[in-house]
Design a binder for this molecule. Structure first.
Ligand SMILES: [Zn+2]
Length: 179
C-alpha cells in the first residue's frame, strides 16, 4: 500500500468537514464506493453496526468533554492484506471539532486471499458477526481471525459467503470504553 496515513475532521455536529488525500486514496483502495461524497455527511453514516456506532459516539463525547486526546490500535484488513493501524482522536481546544488521524503500523500480504473480507463477494444465508474494530469473526462463541473463521466454517470453494453483520467483540468493547 502506498498510503501510510489518512485524516479527517468533524464539526460539532459530527459532520465531516475535512478529509485529506490519504482518505480518498485509502477509500479507493478499499472499495468504499461512497467516499467521494463524504464531505458534509455524518461521520456515523460510515461506521457499520449499531453497537460500534454507540461506543464511538460515547468515546468522541468523552474526548470533547474531558479526555482531549486518545490513540488506539485497530485493524483495517482487506482480502489480500492484514493491516494494523493506529487512530489518534483529538479534540480541538476551545472548539467542538474533532480530528481523526489514522496511520499504518504494519501491513502483511496474506498467503491466501480471504474473500470473507471482500465487500463485493456474493453472499447469502445466515449472517456472520464481524467485529468492526479488530476485524475478527465470531464462530461458536469465539472471536477468531479471518483465516481461522474460513477454515472452521469451511468457506473455501463456496460460491456464496455468509453476509456480514457488524458488531463489536468483548475485547474491543473494553478497549473503547476504557480509552
Ligand atoms: Zn474486536
Amino acid at each position: 500500500m502506498t498510503i501510510r496515513s489518512l485524516s479527517y475532521a468533524v464539526d460539532e455536529h459530527d459532520h465531516l468537514v475535512r478529509v485529506d488525500e490519504g482518505y480518498y486514496c485509502f477509500a479507493e483502495e478499499n472499495g468504499w464506493s461512497e467516499a467521494g461524497s463524504s464531505l458534509g455527511r455524518s461521520l456515523w453514516d460510515y461506521v457499520a453496526g449499531h453497537e460500534l456506532r454507540k461506543l464511538q459516539r460515547l468515546l468522541v463525547r468523552r474526548i470533547r468533554d474531558e479526555v482531549g486526546d486518545v490513540e488506539l490500535p485497530f485493524r483495517c484488513d482487506g482480502p489480500q492484506v492484514r493491516r494494523e493501524m493506529n487512530i489518534r482522536i483529538v479534540a480541538r481546544p476551545g472548539g467542538r471539532a474533532v480530528l481523526f488521524s489514522a496511520r499504518l503500523r504494519s501491513e502483511e500480504a496474506r498467503d491466501v486471499p480471504q474473500p470473507l473480507l471482500d465487500p463485493a463477494a456474493p453472499r447469502a444465508g445466515e449472517p456472520l458477526q464481524m467485529c468492526g474494530w479488530c476485524d475478527r469473526f465470531e464462530v461458536g462463541g469465539e472471536w477468531i481471525e479471518v483465516e481461522e473463521a474460513a477454515r472452521r466454517l469451511e468457506l473455501f470453494n463456496r460460491s456464496e459467503l455468509p453476509p456480514l453483520s457488524h458488531g463489536i467483540c468483548p475485547d474491543c468493547n473494553e478497549l473503547l470504553l476504557a480509552a
